[in-house]
Design a protein around this ligand. Sequence first.
Ligand SMILES: [Ca+2]
Length: 333
Amino acid sequence: MSGKRLHQKDMLEKENGPKDNLPAQRMVQSTTYLIKFKTFAQFFFYTPAELRQSWYFRRMKCMNFIWFSGSMALFLLSACGSNDRPAEDPTLRTSTYGIPPAANVSYTVVAQYPHDTSAYTQGLQWYNGKLYEGTGDFEASSLRISDRTTGRVLEKHMMGSEEIFGEGITILRDTLYQLTWKNRKVFVYSIHDLSKPIKTIEWPYEGWGITHNGKELIISDGSANLYFVDPTTFRVMNTVRVADHRGTVKELNELEYINGYVYANVYLTYDIVQIDPESGHVKGRMQFDQLLSNSEKTNRTDVFNGIAWDSASNVLLVTGKRWPKLFEIRMNQ
Ligand SMILES: [Ca+2]
């Protein structure tokens, strides 16, 4: 038996090169251990009784038992005691440690106005006394200015197509930015002429919601990410991952920046979350599930979406996709 073992070891060493070849030596060593284990098992189960009593067999059995037990002990210790973790999916990396539950922000509905039920609302902003709205749904996509109290559309630019699907809008220094859903394009307009964009910018992600903090655009793409973007170069300067005490908050949709916080519709919910833009932590949450009554909904009424801020009156303007109403909301905080 020892001759067979030596022969196999020599053959492996020959095949794997000289002894200073460490990978080859490790392979030989591993193979030898495997052979030892197989030999041990063969001895134990298949060898004649007289051989089992020989000195060599007893020594082999003892050594192999020690080797086998030691290996198992090391394996169990490493499995139980190791802090190393396999590479994680980056989308699951956000720690919820130290994030308190979001405060429930109460509010009062101070007014409600008609809203165009053909408007598949994707973006909403109040700017210099005018209500700007971006809508989606391919050919029906548009950019428009509406009368706040009557809902009448005063100006409209149809910019969608079979391929182009309009998304969120924001206005910074008289320049209006309109996202598209999966077209990887951002249309840029002067607010003095919404009939055609002055330029089109490439954007690497989906476009959902957009707002700004006065110097950077803030964009959502349907994930839990908020991208802080230079409005001139369109470079992403920073990315913040949004989370509350339960984990990441995904599908952030229409956005509005208000007094140092980012407010976001959460897609397929009636919730608006208040986000600290530094940490990405959700500080507050408002729920609007009672805003539109069942009698006001039709089979075309879609999800809650659209947040604008009137800083002069300190009210939010909120609506939904093809909602019949626009609501003025005063936050109680
Ligand atoms: Ca908005």
